[in-house]
Every structure is written in C-alpha cells, then in structure tokens.
Design a binder for this molecule. Structure first.
Ligand code: P6P
Length: 337
C-alpha cells in the first residue's frame, strides 16, 4: 500500500482480480465515471465563485427547474461515458428518453443509469448534493439496446453507489461484496479509501422525513410518525434530521443508523407514489444499503424486487437500519407493535 493509502483504482483492480475472468471492462467503465465525478466536484466546489449557479430557465422531464450545475453534471457524464466503449445505452434522471451511444463510438455490455446531481435545488444554499449511479448488464442480444436493458429490477445491478459533494467529496459504492467509502484528496486528485467495509447499525435514533407533508400521508404513515415522537421509555428518543438532499440524508443514515422515508403522499396526483425515482435513486441506494446490512422498502415490499414499468417510475422509499425499516413496514401495513 502506498504512503497515501489505497486509491479507488487500486481497490477496483483488487476486486477485479477476485472476479476470475474479468476483462477489466467494468474497471475501465467505473474509472471513467470517477473522472466525471472529479470534474463535477471541481465545478460544484467553485460554483459560488463563477457564474454557474442559478437556473437555466429550462425544465426537465420531472417538471423541475434545471440548474446550470445540473446540466453541467449531466453533460459531463454523458460526454465521457459515451466514449467509455463499454455501454450499450444510458438513462439519466434529467433526460426523458434513453441516451443512445453515438454511432461512431464503440459499444459494450453494460447499462448506466444515473442521477447527475441529486439535491440540486439546494446548490445555492451550499448544502451537500450528489451523483447517484447504477450499473447493469445488457440483457438483449441485439445490436444497440432494448428497453428491457434499462427496465431491470434492482437485484440485477452489478454495481451501485454515489458521489457526495460536501465538506469533502466522497465516493461510496458496492459491487455486491460489501460497501466501501473513499474520500477525494484534492492535493493528489485521488479518491482514497477512508471507510472500508461500511456497516449500517441495526437500529438507530434518527428518522429523516419531510414532516411538512403530514396531512398528505395515509393514517398508517401518520401513526408511525406519532409512535416515533411519542414519549415512551420502552422506545428510544428519536431525533428528526432532514436536509432535503437525498444523498446527504442517506449518507448520514448509512453511517449513523436510523431511517430515511419518502412515503407515498396525496399532494400531487401526478406523483401518487412520492417524488423519488426507482431507477436513478431508490434502486442504487437500496443496493448500497442492503450490502451494508440495512434494508430498503416501498413500505410494502423490497425495493430491489420492484419490476420497473417505465424509465422515470417513482416509488415510495423507506431505507436504513434493518430493524427501523421493519418497524415502518409494520405500521405502514396497519400492524403496529
Ligand atoms: P422534498 C431533491 O430535489 C430530491 O430529489 C432529493 O434529493 C430529496 O430527498 C427530495 O427531493 C426532497 O424532496 O419534497 O422533501 O423537498
């Protein structure tokens, strides 16, 4: 191990060696994504100093105002990953349609789904934001791609993770053999192993949800939050922490334990299953959480078992410590303690 510790590239190569017969394609693919994240991190860090803050004036497929940094992050990932030679198609939270690989570029057997800059509405307030990614194997046997390559349940992911642009820039990822965290050392431009083998505590004392939606939740959901806040010496005293930036709220939950919830609600008839997207947010974070010993549920079933119907499908998300997710599921299905 060098004097700066283990870099993420060394970590990837050691994992590659454990996968006998690995061609190195996956390692090269992830290294391209890592470089994209370093470029995004550089822009996010200096965003307050140059004219890259604020809105573009456009709206995305989610009907959300597009931030200049959103667009920069999306374009950076698309441009770099299209040349990675190992993808057959991409899907972005910012793009209504699948992103095809340019005809002159070499294609491969992987699919990349990503949210380029989640939490971007918080950019101007200097709140931590993140990039979420999900990597799957191509399923179709044709040249090019089919929708079946994109619409895969989360249990088929070969890798998933996120980059968190906060007080430091971190990368947290899994390839199905546990979860590792790396912190970017800007002085050498490398992600260094800082959180080997992350394990989420089985229980926690923090719940994370937007209680402003109380009146839009079902009775069972309200009963669950009443229980969490009820003075009762048979249960822990819970704290509520909610940043409104999923990657930051999830990262705290992963390290400290507890539970993050974005339940189904009745505030927008166009989004009866809540706001979060299955393919770009819930499935990748669910793989990370389960690999760290936690759980991720829609409230009535495992996130990773959900069969996607369409590219921008939304699902409710309850994710965190295994025991806390089970408790929420009991309440959500009307069978409290
Ligand atoms: P609300 C950010 O826009 C985001 O997609 C997630 O990062 C975050 O968890 C959620 O929306 C916050 O949504 O409805 O509480 O503002």
């Amino acid at each position: 191990m060098s004097d700066i510790g283990v870099t993420v590239t060394q970590h990837l190569l050691s994992q590659q060696q454990e996968h006998g017969g690995a061609t190195g394609a996956f390692t090269r693919l992830l290294n391209e994504l890592i470089l994209s994240a370093k470029i995004i991190s550089r822009e996010v860090t200096k965003a307050g100093l140059v004219d890259i803050l604020g809105f573009t004036g456009a709206k995305n497929v989610q009907d959300e105002m597009v931030q200049k940094l959103d667009e920069f992050a999306h374009d950076t990932i698309v441009r770099r990953m299209a040349q990675s030679r190992h993808l057959c198609v991409m899907g972005s939270e910012e793009d209504a349609d699948p992103i095809e690989i340019p005809p002159q570029a070499e294609t491969g057997d992987y699919v990349l789904l990503f949210d380029p800059l989640d939490g971007s509405s918080n950019i101007d307030a200097n709140v931590s934001i993140g990039t979420i990614f999900s990597i799957l194997r191509k399923q179709s046997t044709c040249l090019g791609y089919r929708m079946e390559d994109l619409l895969q349940p989360g249990y088929r992911q070969v890798a998933a993770g996120y980059f968190l642009y906060g007080s430091s820039t971190m990368m947290v990822y899994t390839t199905g053999n546990g979860v590792s965290g790396f912190t970017l050392d800007p002085s050498v431009g490398e992600f260094l192993l800082s959180h080997p083998n992350i394990r989420i505590p089985e229980r926690g004392k923090i719940f994370s949800a937007n209680l402003g939606y109380w009146d839009y939740w079902d009775q069972e959901v309200q009963n669950y939050f009443r229980y969490l806040q009820r003075p009762d010496d048979t249960k822990p005293v819970y704290s509520c922490r909610y940043i409104g930036s999923l990657v930051a709220d999830f990262h705290r939950t992963l390290l400290y334990g507890g539970v993050f919830l974005y339940p189904a609600d009745h505030k927008d008839p166009r989004k009866p299953h809540g706001k979060l997207r299955l393919l770009y947010e819930c499935s990748p974070l669910a793989m990370v959480c389960e690999q760290a010993g936690g759980a991720a549920s829609t409230g009535h079933g495992r996130i990773l078992d959900v069969e996607p119907d369409e590219l921008h499908q939304r699902v409710p998300l309850i994710i965190g410590s295994a025991e806390e997710v089970k408790l929420a599921e009991r309440y959500f299905s009307g069978q409290p303690n």
